[in-house]
Design a protein. Structure first.
Length: 399
């Protein structure tokens, strides 16, 4: 066998490892190939490139179209789902709104029915408390209320009616001028037709006895309750006209500016001022004793004086209604007695108020009478003074 010996100072290749030698050989081969390709370059094949680009373009276009179709389908699907969801949400909101509206309406209806029921119950309780017999209401509360309301309506209708009646119905009314001859003729014709007495007919003053003989000359006629359409109401007016006398004649147009006309008008003003309170009182009595004079009232449209008379007779008269009132009053409890006492007190206050108004009219008439007496005394003093002057003058003229 030959021994392996190591040579000193050998070449670099002897010192490279096997892997390094293989790498070196590959690089060398690659360099030779590149050098050979550089010396021999193959021709450029455009057809093959165009075909490859066409195939690639078709592939890309198909991929884009596929992706676009898929995206369109996804968008359409999602849009339909979104629209459907919005429609469902809108319908749900509408249903919820309708339910809320129905709930509010039902609640309001229930509340309205409840409030109406409570109001009805309150009115029923108040009506039972005001008019129920178990709480003590006195005698016939509904009937008494109607009669008192009739009195109130009558007094309201008669406010100022007396003054208007004096102006329109009295021939010798204050401030009114008329032909006294014509007025006397009309009054005489009315008297002969309705109020002629037997003595007057026998004396030839009138042809026959009237239906109401002497009614226009009796003061009792004025206080009798009558209906507005009765002949006795005409007798009341005729009685007032007889007391007032004939009207004052008009001043001629040509002499209206003369001193005599001025004196005449001044005298009429003074006379009317004195007589006006008496005429107003007479007309007030006529209106209060005449039914249906100024308006529609309750309780059978009775005169105001008759309505007051019926109220007084209920509590202090020997009538059937007084006996019924006494019998009902005996069975009333404490509250019923108090209610009835208040009704009586209210009637008493109303009668007192009427008395005060009558006293005011009486006071005005007394003042008018005092003024008339003063005027008469002044005229007498003036007449006496004139007579004294005339007597003095006559005595001086005597020898």
């Amino acid at each position: 066998m030959r021994k392996k010996t190591t040579r000193k100072g050998g070449s670099g290749n002897d010192r490279m490892s096997p892997g390094q030698r293989r790498l070196m050989i590959g690089l060398t081969g690659l360099s030779v190939a590149v050098s050979a390709y550089a010396w021999d370059c193959p021709p450029y094949d455009e057809l093959w490139v165009y075909q490859a680009f066409g195939i690639s373009l078709k592939t890309i276009t198909a991929a884009i179209q596929s992706m676009d179709a898929s995206l369109s389908l996804q968008l359409q699907y999602q849009s339909e789902r979104l629209i459907s969801a919005i429609a469902v949400l809108t319908k749900q909101k509408a249903i919820a709104a309708n339910q809320i509206s129905d709930g509010l309406r039902n609640t309001n209806q229930t509340m309205s029915v409840s409030l109406s029921a409570l109001s009805t119950a309150d009115r029923v309780k108040q009506a039972r408390f005001d008019y129920g017999g178990e709480f003590g209401q006195g005698y016939s509360p509904c009937y008494v209320f109607r009669t008192r309301q009739g009195i109130t309506n009558s007094e309201a209708d008669q406010q100022g009616a007396a003054v208007a009646a004096v102006r329109s119905q009295v021939l010798a009314a204050p401030g009114r001028f008329a032909n006294p001859v014509t007025a006397e003729k009309d009054m005489l014709e009315q008297h002969n037709k309705l109020f002629c007495t037997q003595d007057q007919a026998n004396s030839g003053l009138c042809p026959s006895v009237g239906s109401l003989p002497g009614a226009s000359l009796s003061v009792g006629t004025l206080f009798k309750p009558t209906d507005n359409s009765e002949d006795l109401t005409v007798a009341k007016l005729a009685f007032i006209n007889n007391l007032a006398g004939l009207p004052d004649g008009e001043v001629p147009k040509g002499g209206s500016t003369s001193e005599a006309a001025a004196s005449y008008q001044q005298a009429k003003i003074q006379k009317d001022a004195i007589r006006s309170s008496a005429l107003a009182s007479l007309k007030q009595i006529q209106i209060e004793t005449t039914g249906g004079e100024t308006g529609d009232h309750s309780d059978g449209d009775l005169p105001l004086s008759q309505q007051y008379a019926n109220e007084v007779k209920r509590y202090a008269g020997n009538t059937d209604e007084y006996r019924d009132w006494s019998r009902v009053l005996a069975g009333q409890n404490e509250r019923g007695l108090m209610v009835e006492l208040l009704k009586v007190k209210a009637l008493d206050l109303s009668i007192q108020e009427r008395q005060y108004r009558q006293w005011e009219r009486m006071e005005a008439q007394l003042a008018s009478l005092a003024a008339a007496k003063l005027k008469s005394g002044q005229r007498q003093a003036d007449s006496a003074a004139n007579m004294a002057v005339q007597q003095t003058a006559t005595s001086k003229l005597k020898p």
